[in-house]
Design a protein around this ligand. Structure first.
Ligand code: AMP
Length: 402
């Protein structure tokens, strides 16, 4: 028989990593909810057009999408990212602006699997739709920074850039060559992102984007830098930072950390995206942080480890198991975490299981206890054991466990 395994680039997240994962998302929630962001849970699957609109020059969209035609002849795709889904949801539901949303969940990209790169990977992120205020950019950047710093990461840098606006070219579209029109729609700035050797010299001699900023783009970016300085958030301006997806304008940023020296997350302003998805002109800004990669960075720095997993009480029953059944149920109903052994194992083997469970206390019921209606309460990390009546078990535990 075939022993099935996960597909390439896909993983099972088991305990204790799954507990850490949960705590990660919870820490994110506790960073953004108090700032007025509310959760959105978009579907994993969308009409492929939702993603095609946003990345015609992006491998993420052109080469890496998990897309297929469903039984109703719809061409759909597993989402490669969630910003487009959030904007599609905005167009569909028209919430009051500014609309502040946060999300967490998996995305799918058919990439070559390697350390920190998977085909199913999770992101947490926020998006704000309906405001152009540069101090909103600062709020968004700061929330991501505070979250990552709050995990304990110290080798963290923030890179920012402004891409200005494509107005100069788009307002002269008619005059441009056919070739340039195509290049323009396919995002010329992406060339700046090339890591290929032969492109280096050409990129180095490229005109600076900053020389082409409109006045508005220039003051917007100045306000963003000023805001970050007011908050004491260190940053470097990286004029080559254009980000992987096509839709960015003005502010772009990346949080870089860990020994991978790759981005843990990033984002930017995407003032044309909602319109591209059929909505009214609506500015937007957000970021996505990779859960997998950020947890690897935490490993590298030895911070934000897995939380200890243990129960408080382990019930040992050598009389057949029915006593343990009732007692564990009673404990759990009163809010005490409890586990037990099954298969009527020996006293010795149940004691071992109790040790492994990390429980602070064992409750022991043997034939003597069954006959006298008592239970032995044995602290497993120092302290005297006592024998109490069934009615006294809960009050005794409440004392022992505090
Ligand atoms: P992007 O959506 O491409 O801007 O990526 C944002 C973040 O998501 C990255 O900085 C990574 O942390 C994470 N990420 C993107 N692609 C992958 C992948 N294939 N595997 C793991 N994490 C990824």
């Amino acid at each position: 028989m075939t022993e099935f395994r996960t597909s390439p680039g896909m993983r099972d997240i088991l305990d204790p990593e799954s507990g850490r994962w949960r705590r990660f998302v919870s820490a994110f929630e506790h960073t953004v909810e108090p700032a007025g962001y509310r959760q959105i849970i978009p579907p994993l699957l969308e009409d492929i057009g939702v993603f095609q609109r946003v990345g015609e020059a992006t491998d993420v969209v052109t080469k890496e999408m998990y897309d297929f035609v469903d039984k109703g002849e719809r061409h759909v795709a597993l989402r490669p990212e969630q910003t487009a889904s959030v904007c599609r949801a905005f167009v569909q539901h028209r919430p009051v602006t500014p609309w502040k949303a946060w999300y967490s969940g998996p995305n799918f990209r058919y990439e070559k699997p390697q350390r920190g790169r998977f085909r199913q990977f999770d992101q947490v992120g926020i998006e704000v739709l309906g405001a152009t205020d540069p101090f909103l950019d600062v709020e968004v950047i700061a929330l991501g920074w505070n979250f990552l710093a709050g995990l304990g990461l110290r080798r963290l840098t923030l890179q920012i850039n402004s891409l200005g606006e494509p107005v100069h070219f788009t307002s002269n579209l008619e005059a441009l060559s056919a070739e340039s029109r195509i290049t323009l729609t396919k995002n010329p700035l992406r060339v700046l992102d090339s890591k290929r050797d032969e492109d280096h010299a050409i990129i180095a001699s490229a005109p600076r984007i900053a020389d082409f900023y409109s006045d508005q783009a220039r003051t917007h970016f100045a306000s963003v830098r000023d805001g970050l300085e007011r908050l004491g958030i260190p940053f470097v301006v990286n004029e080559r930072l254009v980000r992987g997806l096509d839709y960015y304008r003005h502010t772009t940023f990346e949080y870089v950390g860990g020994t991978l020296d790759s981005a843990l997350g990033g984002g930017g302003r995407y003032d044309g995206l909602v319109e591209d998805l059929g909505g009214p002109p609506t500015p937007g800004i957000g970021f996505a942080i990779g859960v997998d990669r950020t947890l690897l960075a935490c490993d590298d720095e030895g911070v934000f480890g897995a939380p200890p997993t243990s129960v408080q009480v382990f019930v040992i029953d050598t009389t057949g198991g029915a006593e343990a059944l009732v007692l564990t149920d009673e404990l759990r109903r009163s809010g005490i975490s409890a586990d037990r052994a099954f298969e009527s194992r020996s006293m010795k083997s149940q004691m071992k299981a109790a040790d492994r469970s990390g429980a602070a206390v064992a409750l022991i019921i043997g034939s003597d206890e069954l006959a006298s209606g008592t239970v032995v309460v044995r602290p497993l990390r120092g302290g005297e054991q006592v024998s109490v009546s069934r009615a006294e078990v809960l009050p005794t535990l409440q004392k022992v466990l505090t």
